[in-house]
Design a protein around this ligand. Structure first.
Ligand SMILES: *[C@@H]1O[C@H](CO)[C@@H](O)[C@H](O)[C@H]1NC(C)=O
Ligand SMILES: *[C@@H]1O[C@H](CO)[C@@H](O)[C@H](O)[C@H]1NC(C)=O
Ligand SMILES: *[C@@H]1O[C@H](CO)[C@@H](O)[C@H](O)[C@H]1NC(C)=O
Length: 941
């Protein structure tokens, strides 16, 4: 939540402001009492108190279905012989008799299987439990394998047989019957990879037809009552990762990359990691508390086995414990497995078991497997990968023009200027404040003439004002979310009394999308893009600042069942609207605060309302890395910190780190001092400007990485262990990160740092991009901290494309020539890629792009085509190669011969950074004169 503005909130929050006057400082930090902890969350408390081995379910009737799935029933062991008989109705409604559950396993290509467990729909349930639609992509369904057989086998000392089925070459899936357990193992060694219910913590609360005497299903939190008309319906189970040194993932939390245990010996009073999309006011770093988005996907990594992953598609509140070793001391375990492992406990308030197991075995394999289910990230427009300037608020058109011209005056490039809520007429989205923004089209066009774009904010809360066209249509058509009594839900947000569009319905999403057409959104032009905020959804007067769980959506779905996906659907509808307004020609750009698995298909994510302090700068890196591991490669944190005023040094350091965030935006709260890059003294302006320029020179590299993410899911910025999976020293590192496979960047997170230690992984050399010096991998090096930049290194064996000319915006760089920076390894070799397209349309999907691979070996640099194009649709570029920089080249080489143009050049010493001023000078070939789109080679001798 942004800090409420006074005039708006005064009547409602009067006591709040009274306290504010008395205790100005502490009240502004995270308000713990507003949010539930596990003990105040009945399902979490129940699940956590269960003992290992308490699950008494056994699997029975295991068979292969006509669909090629493996199906089974889960029944209580005590009922084993006489329990379930289809013709015998010994199943009573509204009592505590347990009905059999149905288990289904489907196997997919590339080492993935999906395990579903739900109630038996043939047994007349009070209600169908919610399964999240629109997340699993159609392409995934097409990779399904049809199982034709299974075999039965006794495992270890078991008396009962297990069912074994094929999973992938080298792997098989196992359903153990008694006690019930599902796991993946390697075929040859029989070593386990992943398992579910090995600790016997599985529990599934079945829906009931009605209350029994004395039962009270209502839950209360603070002044809020949740009616819970279907009673308790939570699900929980344990998942074990074998051969794991660490587990990662499950964003969004402001915490370390490697997830710390939340239960076990020596860990007291720790909350589980919470996944519940919330608008948290001034969040804390180092907290398992749930923030704006949720992705129930966990990755394990270890030196022994490698990497595996587990994903639970469920949009209800979830809580996840990482169990420290020894957590189960003395308990009755189902199975003693003599393998190193990490146990976890997953608990959800509602929904079904719909889980995916990924076998890896490499980090990039798991990310590829996960994004094959939920989709790879969309290819952004080029401008969106450049620098964004935001503030709550740029006041009026004059302010916009002023900020825009200051960037030019100081020679600082930027691509996008953002307008927050105050640009609207009374917080009615799609409108403009007529006094402050009388000529919005002219304003956008003026910026567009310099290649710049604008972004306006559009939130899901709609002002209940009968003269507002959106409200009129939404209320007349019944497009709002309903409260438990069936009336339009009415909550408090920026505009005051508001209702919320029901984004679960495809019809309503389509209607919403149409609101972005140029006709409908008056004052919008093709250079205007959108920002979705407050879409958790944020409801100032709701329980935990969000919507009541018993609110009702399309199809009778309770809010509790889909809460974590609400923002996802809103993001989807907005993004699809932007595609529609341009007749499907241009790629959309929509930034969202809330997210869910699949959000990567719709746009960028930022880490919400952070604060201007060093800890938050530091935690932004694990947050962005975790999002990337979870499919969302396009993310960043507000540079400078949203709340509070950063010291100039912090702001400069933040720009230096932020220049490497995939999404790079400066943003600040209403009540903070203005902090555009030219306001904090000449020297600081220079430093921030340098950082922004660094990003612009690296745009060709970033864009190439965005394309890699688009095709493979492998994120733009990566944890070190993703590139160096067998280097154990990297497993816990989250202050340094890789940009692609070629750059290692280490932030500086302390005030007045004098030195900074950097671990350089692997066995190859690393080239310091500041000094041109090289350093050995596999060691920690200590460097003097410089105010000018943060440590950054190019890995030997890589080639990185750059554009070094200074321009006002990325669009103005379109025709600029390229520089290739080649970092030679010990065999005097290197390779790299560049991806180029028109930067805006979908033509690349038809093959209109350039994709080149550069290889350097035996003294020869070669450019070859790796585009998968039919040659019919082409992207034409006249860009040339302007410089080749050769790091680590022996001085014996003097000349270069460029073919096929048979041009000779000398190898001279040139600056490593064109505009960096002072040295270093490194071997350079100037003006080879070849085109980036062509085949060519450069032989040195
Ligand atoms: C249980 O309840 C459902 C709906 O309330 C009903 O359709 C079904 O027939 C009932 N089943 C039995 C066995 O009573
Ligand atoms: C890449 O991004 C586009 C949207 O820009 C999307 O349609 C496509 O599915 C993505 N993936 C691939 C492999 O092209
Ligand atoms: C050097 O880099 C090339 C290209 O990336 C690679 O094929 C080769 O294996 C590397 N050599 C060493 C010793 O790592």
């Amino acid at each position: 939540m942004k800090k409420p503005s006074k005039d708006l909130m005064f009547p409602l929050f009067f006591p709040f402001f009274l306290t504010l006057l008395l205790f100005p400082a502490p009240i502004l930090s995270w308000k713990k009492d507003e949010f539930r902890n596990c003990n105040q969350t009945p399902f979490c408390k129940r699940s956590r108190s269960r003992n290992p081995g308490s699950c008494n379910l056994v699997s029975t009737d295991v068979l292969i279905s006509e669909d090629g799935d493996l199906v089974a029933k889960l029944i209580p062991k005590s009922k084993r012989l006489d329990f379930y008989d289809e013709n015998d109705n010994n199943i009573e409604n509204g009592t505590n008799i347990v009905k059999p559950l149905v288990l289904t396993v489907s196997v997919y290509q590339n080492g993935i299987f999906r395990l579903k467990i739900d109630e038996d729909k043939n047994l007349g349930l009070p209600k169908k439990r919610f399964e999240v639609p629109d997340v699993v992509v159609d392409e995934f369904e097409r990779t399904k394998l049809y199982l034709s057989r299974k075999r039965e086998e006794k495992i270890g000392d078991d008396l009962v047989e297990s069912s074994i089925f094929y999973l992938a070459d080298g792997y098989e899936g196992v359903i153990r019957h008694d006690p019930f357990e599902v796991f993946v193992r390697e075929k040859g060694s029989k070593e386990r990879v992943l398992s579910l219910n090995s600790n016997g913590l599985f529990d599934f609360e079945q829906l009931k037809g009605g209350k029994e005497e004395g039962e009270d299903w209502e839950e209360r939190f603070r002044s809020h009552v949740d009616s819970r008309p279907y009673g308790p319906q939570s699900i929980s189970f344990d998942v074990t990762f074998y051969g794991a040194d660490f587990v990662y993932g499950i964003p969004e939390h402001a915490t370390s990359l490697a997830l710390k245990p939340t239960r076990g010996p020596g860990i007291e009073h720790s909350e589980p990691y919470r996944l519940f999309n919330l608008d948290v006011f001034e969040y804390l770093h180092e907290s398992p508390f749930g923030l704006y988005g949720s992705i129930p996907f966990m990755i394990s990594h270890g030196k022994g086995r490698g990497t595996s992953g587990f994903f639970w598609l469920n949009a209800a509140e979830m809580q996840i414990d990482v169990l420290g070793s020894g957590w189960d001391a003395g308990a009755d375990k189902i199975m003693m497995v003599d393998q190193k492992r990490i146990d976890t406990l997953w608990m959800a308030e509602a929904g079904v078991v719909d889980t995916f197991f990924f076998v890896g075995p490499k980090p990039k394999d798991v990310v590829r497997q996960y994004t094959s289910v939920t989709g790879t990230p969309a290819m952004p427009q080029l401008f969106a990968t450049a620098y964004h300037q935001c503030r709550w608020n740029y006041r009026d058109e004059e302010d916009v023009y002023h900020v825009d011209s200051k960037f030019d005056e100081h020679d600082i490039p930027y691509d996008v200027l953002w307008l927050d809520i105050e640009h609207t007429d009374g917080k009615k989205y799609f409108t403009w404040d007529k006094v402050l923004f009388p000529n919005p089209e002219e304003m956008q066009n003026k910026l567009a003439s310099k290649g710049r774009r604008m972004v306006t904010i559009v939130d899901p809360h709609i002002k209940r004002d009968d003269s507002y066209h959106i409200h009129k249509e939404a209320s007349q058509n019944g497009y709002y979310v309903k409260d438990a009594s069936g009336k339009d839900f009415d909550g408090w947000c920026w505009p005051g009394s508001s209702s919320y569009i029901d984004m679960l319905s495809p019809e309503i999403r389509s209607w919403w999308g149409d609101k972005f057409s140029y006709d409908s959104y008056q004052g919008s032009t093709p250079s205007l893009y959108i920002w979705n905020d407050m879409n958790e959804p944020s409801v100032f007067n709701g329980p935990e600042v969000t919507m009541p769980r018993d609110a009702l959506h399309y199809g009778g779905v309770e809010h509790r069942e889909l809460h974590n996906a609400y923002g996802y659907y809103f993001h989807m509808a907005t993004s699809e609207g932007l595609v529609k307004r341009g007749n499907g020609k241009d790629r959309p750009f929509v930034l969202s605060r809330a997210f869910f698995p699949g959000s990567q298909r719709y746009g960028a994510i930022w880490t919400g309302d952070n604060s201007a302090n060093w800890d938050q700068l530091r935690v932004s890196i694990p947050m962005v890395l975790t999002l990337g591991l979870s499919g969302i490669s396009f993310s960043g944190a507000d540079v400078g910190g949203f709340f509070g005023n950063p010291e100039p040094e912090l702001l400069v350091r933040w720009y230096q780190v932020g220049a490497y965030y995939p999404f790079f935006r400066g943003h600040a709260h209403h009540d903070t001092k203005r902090r555009e890059p030219w306001l904090l003294g000449e020297r600081n302006t220079e430093l921030m400007s340098d950082a922004i320029h660094t990003r612009y020179t690296l745009l060709p590299y970033f864009y190439t990485l965005f394309r890699e993410a688009n095709t493979s899911g492998v994120p733009v910025v990566r944890p070190l262990w993703m590139e160096f999976p067998s280097d154990e020293n990297t497993f816990g590192i989250d202050e340094a990160f890789m940009v692609g496979n070629g750059l290692l960047v280490q932030g500086i997170y302390t005030e007045r740092a004098t030195d900074v230690s950097v671990y350089l992984p692997g066995e190859q050399l690393w080239y310091d991009l500041r000094s041109g010096m090289h350093y050995n991998g596999g060691q920690t090096h200590k460097f003097e901290a410089s105010e000018e930049n943060i440590p950054s290194f190019q890995r030997a064996g890589t080639i990185i494309p750059r554009k070094d000319r200074y321009r006002r915006s990325s669009m103005q760089m379109e025709h600029d020539p390229y520089t290739l920076v080649i970092a030679l390894n010990s065999s005097q070799a290197a390779e790299g890629e560049v991806y180029i397209d028109d930067g805006k349309s979908f033509e690349f999907k038809k093959g209109a792009y350039i994709h080149r691979r550069f290889t350097f070996a035996n003294g020869k640099l070669t450019s070859s085509d790796i585009a998968h194009s039919d040659g019919k649709t082409k992207y034409i570029s006249h860009c040339t190669l302007e410089r080749v920089i050769l790091l680590g080249l022996s001085s014996a080489y003097k000349t270069a011969l460029i073919e096929p143009i048979s041009k000779k050049a000398i190898i001279e010493l040139g600056p490593l950074r064109l505009h960096g001023g002072r040295g270093p000078f490194v071997p350079t070939i100037r003006k080879p004169g070849v085109h980036m789109a062509d085949d060519w080679s450069i032989q040195i001798s």
